[in-house]
Write a protein that binds this ligand. Sequence first.
Ligand code: FAD
Ligand code: UDP
Length: 368
Amino acid sequence: MFDYLIVGAGLAGSTLAERLASEKNAKVLVVDRRSHVAGNAYDCYDDSGVLVHRYGAHLFHTNDREVYLYLSQFTDWHHYIHRVLSWVDGQQLPFPINLDTLNQLYGLSLTEETMKLFLDERAEAQEIKNSENVIVGQVGKELYEKFFANYTRKQWGLSAAELEPEVCARIPVRFNRDSRYFTDVYQGMPKQGYSRMIERMLQHPNIKLMLQTDFTEIRHLIPYKQLIYTGPIDEYFNYAYGRLPYRSLRFEFETLAQESFQPACVVNYPNEFDFTRILEMKHATGQKCEVTTIVREYPVAEGEPYYPVPAKKNRELYQRYAEEAAKMDKVYFVGRLAQYRYLNMDQVVREALDLFARLRSQDITRRI
Ligand code: FAD
Ligand code: UDP
């Protein structure tokens, strides 16, 4: 009899498995239907020896000290500050939009003060109801069209006006020359990769791992006391209220006989190309080798569920599943798919640590 069955060996499931096994001495079974651990953060060496991210570039960044210290028990960090360029009007420009972006794009010599005046003349004051409002309200229509409109349409299959504000609100506008993608205090890459870090989290005598195993195959075969589910919440309930939409990606990998392909880890293509961005992970991992592997990301409607789609009707549908979930005894839903939220890795670990704290306090109450 296992104390916990955990569905999913991504960051959510692995954090809970580690905490429950180490701190509560619980016997834990982790199952994942994929052939590897780490969920979407999975990385591996490709045939030419380049460390690649199988499911899109994963850059770790957080202001949550506890999350950073927690993960640091299982990895050292390669210091890396993420920077992104955007291919606009035939130039690779710093992105998010900052002072240098505008000066290079328009051949200007704006200062921090005159950039504010420049954008004040263009920004259109509006109530923030959707992602288009977020950007047009800050930089106006023209810059929105150049950097956001088409990228967002490709990425989501919806216009920014159809998406909740939170999507484009992830991207700031900077009135200085700060070209960092993220400004978080802690940023970096696990020195030997995410898969290695997560393997270490799961290396505990109380944790058993079964890969290539779907929850549905074993749910009635293996006895357990409590269930932690990190898969898609609508799937758990057999799509009783209908399917929650996800956006998927097709990754096109290409290895090139050259040391480097582009000047940054990520170059965005907000315009005429079918793909949204090209990734070259060597910039982030710091790996030195004679060849490089690049990845073109093509957003698609069908496929692995990568991105919950933040739109009002989806949130409402999710709410119906969440209400069913809340009624369940000894079944807990956590993670990007189970909570149907566009969560970064650090937020997923935070959610998992918070659930662990709740499980522990329940246990203490029961014993009292
Ligand atoms: P997942 O990683 O999805 O793990 C869930 C696991 O459950 C999967 O392995 C799945 O196979 C398994 N599973 C599901 N259902 C079943 C079932 N029925 N039976 C058995 N197993 C099942 N975050 C960042 O912080 N920085 C980034 O740069 C970043 N980039 C990203 C880029 C892309 C393209 C994507 C899609 C996400 C990105 N993220 C990034 C988000 C990050 O991937 C997630 O926050 C995190 O990996 C989610 O962890 P999780 O455990 O909740 O889910
Ligand atoms: N976005 C955009 N143009 C860009 C980059 C991002 O319009 O060049 C929008 C797009 O809608 C995207 C959102 O901003 O989905 C969030 O971008 P982020 O880079 O955080 O996306 P992720 O890395 O999570 O795919």
